[in-house]
Ligand binder design. Structure first.
Ligand SMILES: NC(=O)c1ccc[n+]([C@@H]2O[C@H](COP(=O)([O-])OP(=O)(O)OC[C@H]3O[C@@H](n4cnc5c(N)ncnc54)[C@H](O)[C@@H]3O)[C@@H](O)[C@H]2O)c1
Length: 384
């Protein structure tokens, strides 16, 4: 289990480290693009939080963001560093930049004693993930990674079914997902350029599929990866919102990997932003006592695509047990923000810890490396 291996480095937070709850928690948002709106919305719902500062590299963008989101009395900065340097008593920041800036912004904030909620994917390379974990260890601050599907009540059923033991020992997992026509260019090209995103579909939505199953089985350490990526569709003008984006497209739109995990488990994974297929299939977990089918979604809406089905034998007879979906209408994003703030207040454990997500990043990094080399690669994570 990742927790037991990597949590060894974590300092335990004492109550003295915790922010006292008799005042509002001061929060900043670094990167005021698309996803920052959701962070602002959820922070605004927390009575004990005030957004005090915003930073964006694009002149005027943070100011326009404040106006759109009705944020008053906030200070504006032209970069993450300017914000962290000036806001000496800030408690926490959301890092909502494009992927290539995840590591530098997170490390700088942690080095200055600021708690961080980091958007997914954790970063671009495994080396960056290691540096982030080292900064976290040194700082003793909270770092949580923004996987909001973890808070979905139906998603939680996946782990509950595995933990119940009904599957026996899980030995093979097929997961992933994808869209037939869905290369994201919501407000420009930051998802499809190498210098901003660094990785395409593989990290953008692939990290969610990997998290769903890795979390369910306790995040075992990845050992080896055979990976493949391609980018055929981003080069076709009719697959992009604006034809001129074709010249900007420099990441993958499809990725696949065959990963050996500690404990003799195989993870067979594929993900796409665009393909000539409706779906690459449901997620399945095969165990010695039962199998679990998780119906695919129109990737990635943060929940399951229908009731889970367990395939097992009763009195030697093959049967299927349908797990009813939970009637849940909560807001996963609000839960992600609230759980982070609670951890900051109590000095407790990060809700989505880096000690798990570093393995998620290691798999993505392994797929990229293996694709470049054209052969299987070993995953080696240095001491944190
Ligand atoms: N959790 C989710 O559901 C979800 C959904 C969408 C995007 N995301 C993630 O959020 C991140 C941002 O996505 P987005 O769509 O908002 O991107 P975006 O391109 O719309 O916004 C990113 C912003 O960060 C700014 N920025 C970059 N580096 C900076 C720095 N050093 N200091 C200050 N500002 C900086 C950019 O100028 C830009 O305005 C991505 O990593 C993406 O994967 C998560």
């Amino acid at each position: 289990m990742a927790d037991s291996i990597l949590d060894a480095y974590k300092v335990s937070h004492s109550q003295d480290d915790a922010v006292k709850a008799d005042r509002k928690i001061k929060v900043g948002i670094i990167g005021t693009g698309w996803i920052a709106d959701a962070h602002a919305d959820s922070y605004k719902k927390c009575d004990d939080v005030e957004i005090v500062a915003l930073a964006d590299l694009v002149p005027g963008k943070a100011e326009a963001f404040a106006k759109k989101n009705g944020l008053e009395n906030v200070r504006f900065y032209p970069s993450d560093k300017a914000l962290i340097d000036a806001e000496k008593d800030i408690d926490a920041v959301s890092v909502c930049t494009y992927n290539r800036q995840h590591a530098p912004c997170t490390i700088y904030a942690l080095e200055h004693g600021v708690n961080v909620l980091l958007e997914k994917p954790m970063c671009v390379t495994l080396d960056e993930a290691v540096e982030i974990c080292r900064a976290e260890k040194k700082s003793g601050k909270i770092l949580s990674i923004g996987f909001q599907p973890r808070f979905d009540e139906n998603m939680k059923l996946v782990k509950k079914v595995v933990d119940s033991g009904v599957l026996g020992k899980v030995y093979y997992i097929q997961t992933g997902g994808g869209r037939r026509h869905g290369i994201p260019t919501p407000f420009g090209t930051s998802f499809i350029r190498d210098d901003t995103a660094g990785i395409g579909a593989l990290a953008d939505i692939g990290c969610y599929s990997i998290d769903m199953v890795m979390n369910a089985i306790g995040y075992p350490k990845p050992l080896t990866v055979t990976g493949y990526t391609s980018g055929y569709f981003g080069k076709k003008p009719d697959y992009l919102e604006k034809p001129e984006y074709v010249n900007e497209f420099s990441v993958d739109d499809f990725g696949a990997g065959f990963i050996r995990l500690e404990g003799d488990v195989i993870l067979d994974f594929r993900i796409s932003w665009a393909m000539h297929m409706d779906s690459p299939g449901d997620t399945i977990l095969l165990g010695t006592e039962g199998g679990l089918r998780i119906p695919a979604t129109d990737c990635w809406n943060g929940s399951i695509g229908g009731p889970l089905v367990v395939y097992h034998n009763v009195a030697g007879i093959p049967v299927e047990t349908v797990i009813p979906e939970v009637d849940y209408h909560g807001n996963n994003f609000d839960r992600k923000i609230r759980s982070f703030i609670d951890a900051v207040i109590t000095g407790g454990k990060a809700p989505i810890p880096s000690s798990q997500i570093i393995y998620n990043q290691a798999i993505i990094d392994g797929i990229v490396r293996s694709n470049k080399l054209g052969e299987e690669v070993k995953i080696e994570i240095p001491e944190i």
